[in-house]
Write a protein that binds this ligand. Sequence first.
Ligand SMILES: [Zn+2]
Length: 462
Amino acid sequence: MAVTEYTSGSEDESGFNIEIVFEGDLWTDENQQAFIDAAEYLSTVIIGDVTDFRGNLGDGIVEIDDIQITAEISEIDGVGGTLGSAGPTYIRTDTSLPISGSMEFDTDDVDDLIADDDWYDVVLHEMIHVLGFGTLWETLDLITNYGTDDDPDYRYTGENALYEYETEFADIYSEDEDSDLGVPVENDGGDGTAGGHWDDDTFDNEIMTGYLNTDSDNYVSNMTIAALEDLGYETTYTASEVTTTVCFCRGSLIFTPEGMIRVEDLTEGDMVWTKDRGIQPVRWVGSKRFTQNELQNNSHLRPIRIQPGALGDMIPIMELTVSPQHRMLVDSEIAQRIFKTKEVLVPAVKLVELDGVEIANDHSDVEYYHILFDQHEVILANGAWSEALYTGKHAMESLSEEARQEILTIFPEICEPDFCPLPARMIPDRGKEIKALIARHAKNHKPLQLHTESEFLQIFTN
Ligand SMILES: [Zn+2]
């Protein structure tokens, strides 16, 4: 039985809540689920409350906590043609953040999208527009047109997304001669598509490009989350799908009481040395393979290669390759000064500014391995401290359905709504602070990690 209203986020209205009002009589559990999932996802990405609204939007006085979205499915023009429309309807006078918005879809297209498994991606994409992505860029002065109205040449200029462009898409950024102008924005497709999306030729499978990829998975980049931050939302990147794919490449040597063991040879029950809790059993190992073709089309999946000694004295001992969002330990006085804690976990892709760390653009194909323990652990791979898999809600969503089911059998509590695993170390989520941390390490040639003498002996006598 379909509902008439749904509110995402926490019940006490702290944080960011999206209230959806379902209008019309074409709603089913199935077509509503995408709205519920998209709203819940956005409530984990946007963590800060925005100012409550109380006022008249035309139908008398209403109170809106964060945002109210009116959703409707109606008969428009059959399959194809107009898919629908979405955008903010009223914005706050103080911050320009939307108070309300609307999302309308053509029922025949909805059925098609559900059948093709693209419905969630479309709903999430449109909901992000309702929050202001693309729709409020001009209002908030976040976009510049270097061309003409007829032949536009748009660049997005918000500083948080621009920073993510530089780091998350470092290889594209470095080849972009106009990168200082901003992030490439779609110029084709006319009003509505041009000027309101990331450039599809550049960012391809990213969810906020102007053209939906129907044959492969779309994903939410940190850059899109950063663009929400540029609009004025308080966001966190730790919930993003990309951020949480934590894996070692095949061949990585994991430090165990039995000596170094290749990650692909580890199985459930094997003991591994952890930084915090001594020897701990592996609870689950999963793997995922990407072909050269997939890596070609998805630069965000390409592994990060860390040369011996790039993180510290003989750290790692030999070349280490990990997924871009795999977090490495930074243990330094510089971290202490910036984050008020000496040890933080930083995604490998953020380390590319260091000598000896680079995106492996030449990989033929790659096999990624996840290792899961009872808790989030810091372990040694090729002699460098880095994290193991973290069972946060969105880390789970980044895994295959099969892997998810396997993990759920081991840790059923992950399903409980208030389950929130504790990270092993602080995970900073402010791009600028992470950038400052790595820049200072690079400039002062300070090691990111040091081994204590006993660790050093254990690693080398094993
Ligand atoms: Zn769009």
